[in-house]
Design a protein around this ligand. Structure first.
Ligand code: 6R9
Length: 645
């Protein structure tokens, strides 16, 4: 398979960009024509950002799995689609060719149907990184069910909230998951999440860890038993459901500045075209190459660049169950060596953590297969960039710094590997079709004069094919969150710089969202969880710079529980209980790194917590706190400064 829309020179990029802005409909229509459609669209694009309403390839009919699987069968049936590397290096790996993956997806689609799943039903998928996860995702898409993958690190409470919000009726899970030295009892977490749940009709459980599980009669069935029934009938195919281009493909929950995660909805047609287009162009994928994206499928990066982007391009996608530091910090390099990985796509936090182990783990590992390196999830600091470039890429692999979001579906700002220039710490140029602007607090576009570098809030003036369509069950929330801050623009929530060459550097979130190890966490969410603890009166959570995680979580807590005595000592017991509470309510990823007990929080006379001050103290900038005269009780600031951790 060749990609006629693969950009091959900087000149060609500029041309494509020009064309995409002048005539987006013919630009995207031409690209979309290279996919398999049951029926061609009537109109490429209709939109307004006021409702908002965005429709791409309107009237078009397709199924994304025919594009990810069926269309490759003629020429690539024996090519590996998914290579699976298990958590333990001595366990056998698995390779699923396009034929095998197609067969398994069709069979599991039958299983879903046999269990009552219908087009439009919401299926929650809570699994570890095993091939069955990708199979479950694709099987949902095959029959038009809407998948909602929940990352395996989220708690029962988080799952329960998501099940409720999506009104999910089915769950696919595993007995347990291996992640490094840990063994996570997924089914047991699901059981907790289902206490009191009335909507879930069936739970399908795949075997992985053989952790004992309680299978509830009439509700829970084994993946293997169900598959066997289909296999024994010799069934290897299922007709794909014909979907409208604008039908929802999936829901993925992500954190915002309010306490409740939002169910971002992506639709079939636009998401398919855009993830494929960016996969082929950003990474400059060549047929036969092995693409290793280290994200978990529970995040958008895994959806777009492990599953849909690579498979729709007929690529080989490597799926790794474990973590970069287990059994040792050489694991990524062993995998690159073992499978001759050509493209490695990971997060700056992983690079920084591996840097900490020095060069030893790289020794004796053959990394010469690598052609392209990528990063995603957070700004990359120059030190990490150079380490990646020098010690992993051996100065011969372009590094793509890809900026994007759950809501954007695919990369929006990135250099194209080896085609457009890179600049350490800069995501560089927008993808074709993307009209990025920087806006000041008053909503006015910041206009560049001469060679100056400008800064502002990053907004987008017009839609690209994989823009979110809504937040599930609450369109108004989608409007107010993304389209109401600035008129007629999508607001990203990020701040950015733009230099004289038009390159963008993302400086980080400008809202109350933290980015911890590349994971988005809302401060309000963490506060809500902390406040659940019986002894907590009030709390305020902010981010602070963390060497490895990028940002750490700093919590200021007013505590008056029965353990109060202890907070005057070390407070360790209480701290431990609070961490346990956060783990229960959200998951371990949201645990504060620092907890400072305080007697009061800096508030304005109207009762608003002044986070700006708390942020500065957490960052260690205790001297220059700005205007504190509007505070109700300026004295608390001194106390907080003194007790800083
Ligand atoms: C894909 C993904 C989105 C937020 C985003 C921004 C940050 C992502 C980045 C980056 C600087 C990059 N972010 N990529 N910041 N440079 N290359 O990560 O989606 O989990 O929704 O997070 O992550 O702040 O707004 P998501």
């Amino acid at each position: 398979m060749s990609y006629p829309y693969q950009i091959k020179s900087f000149e060609a990029y500029k041309e494509a960009y020009q064309k995409s802005i002048q005539d987006p409909e013919s630009f995207w229509g031409e690209i979309a024509s290279h996919f398999t459609w049951r029926k061609k669209w009537d109109k490429v694009l209709e939109w307004n950002f006021t409702e908002p309403r965005v429709e791409w390839f309107k009237g078009g009919k397709l199924n994304i799995t025919e594009n990810c699987l069926d269309r490759h069968l003629e020429t690539k049936s024996n090519h590996p689609a998914i290579i699976w590397e298990p958590n333990a290096p001595d366990e056998n790996n698995r390779v699923l060719t396009y034929r095998k993956l197609h067969e398994k997806v069709c069979q599991f689609a039958h299983v879903l149907k046999n269990n009552g799943v219908k087009k439009g039903d919401r299926v929650c998928i809570y699994m570890g990184m095993i091939p069955e996860l990708a199979i479950a995702v694709l099987a949902c898409a095959r029959i038009g069910a809407i998948h909602s993958v929940v990352f395996g690190g989220f708690s029962a409470q988080s799952i329960a909230d998501r099940l409720e919000d999506a009104q999910a009726t089915f769950i696919v899970t595993c007995d347990g998951a291996y992640r490094g030295a840990k063994d996570i009892p997924l089914k047991s977490v699901i059981d907790d999440a289902l206490i009191g749940n009335k909507t879930i009709k069936r739970v399908i459980v795949a075997t992985r860890t053989r952790t004992p599980v309680s299978m509830i009669k009439g509700r829970d069935v084994w993946w293997e038993d169900e598959m066997k029934q289909v296999e024994e009938k010799g069934v290897t195919f299922i007709e794909a459901e014909e979907m409208d281009a604008e039908d929802p493909l999936f829901i993925l929950y992500t954190s915002g500045s309010t306490g409740k995660p939002k169910g971002v909805v992506h639709s079939v047609g636009g998401y398919m075209v855009y993830t494929n287009y960016t996969f082929v162009n950003v990474f400059q994928y060549q047929t036969g190459q092995v693409h290793f994206c280290t994200a978990d499928i529970g995040w958008i990066t895994g959806h777009s660049y492990i599953v849909y982007g690579p498979l729709s391009a007929g690529a080989t996608s490597l799926l790794f169950e474990g973590v970069p530091t287990w059994p040792d910090a050489g694991r990524f390099w062993d995998i690159v060596d073992k499978y001759c990985v050509n493209i490695l796509y990971t997060a700056p936090t992983a690079i920084r953590s591996l840097m900490g182990f020095g060069l030893g783990p790289l020794q004796g590992k053959n990394l010469s297969s690598l052609k392209v390196l990528g990063t995603v999830g957070e700004p990359i600091n120059e030190e990490a960039w150079h380490w990646y470039d020098e010690h992993v890429g051996k100065r011969k692999c372009p590094i793509v710094d890809t900026w994007w979001q759950t809501e954007t579906g695919g990369c929006l700002i990135s250099n194209l590997a080896g085609i457009t220039p890179a600049k350490p710490g800069w995501a560089t140029l927008p993808m074709p079709g993307l009209e990025m602007v920087l806006v000041d607090e008053n909503g006015k576009e910041v206009i560049q004069q001469g060679d100056e570098t400008i800064s502002g809030n990053l907004c987008i003036k017009s839609p690209w094919p994989s823009i979110l369509r809504t937040t599930y069950g609450d369109h108004e929330r989608c409007r107010t969150n993304y389209f109401a801050t600035y008129e007629n623009m999508y607001f990203t929530g990020d701040g950015a710089l733009k230099d004289k060459d038009g390159f963008f550097r993302i400086t980080g979130r400008v809202d109350d969202v933290l980015n911890v190890s590349g994971h988005r966490i809302g401060t309000a969410e963490v506060e809500n969880a902390i406040n659940m603890h019986a002894g907590v009166v009030e709390s305020a959570v902010v981010g602070y710079p963390h060497d490895i995680k990028g940002q750490g979580i700093y919590a200021y807590i007013i505590y008056q529980g029965s353990h109060a005595q202890d907070t005057h000592g070390t407070g360790d017991l209480v701290r431990r209980d609070i961490l346990q509470t956060v783990t229960r309510i959200i998951g371990a990823i949201a645990k504060p790194d620092k907890i400072q007990f305080v007697s009061g929080l800096p508030k304005t006379r109207s009762g608003k917590i002044m986070r700006r001050i708390l942020r500065k103290i957490a960052e260690g900038e205790t001297e220059n706190l700005g205007d504190t005269s509007t505070l109700l009780d300026p004295g608390v600031v001194d106390e907080i400064k003194k007790g800083r951790l």
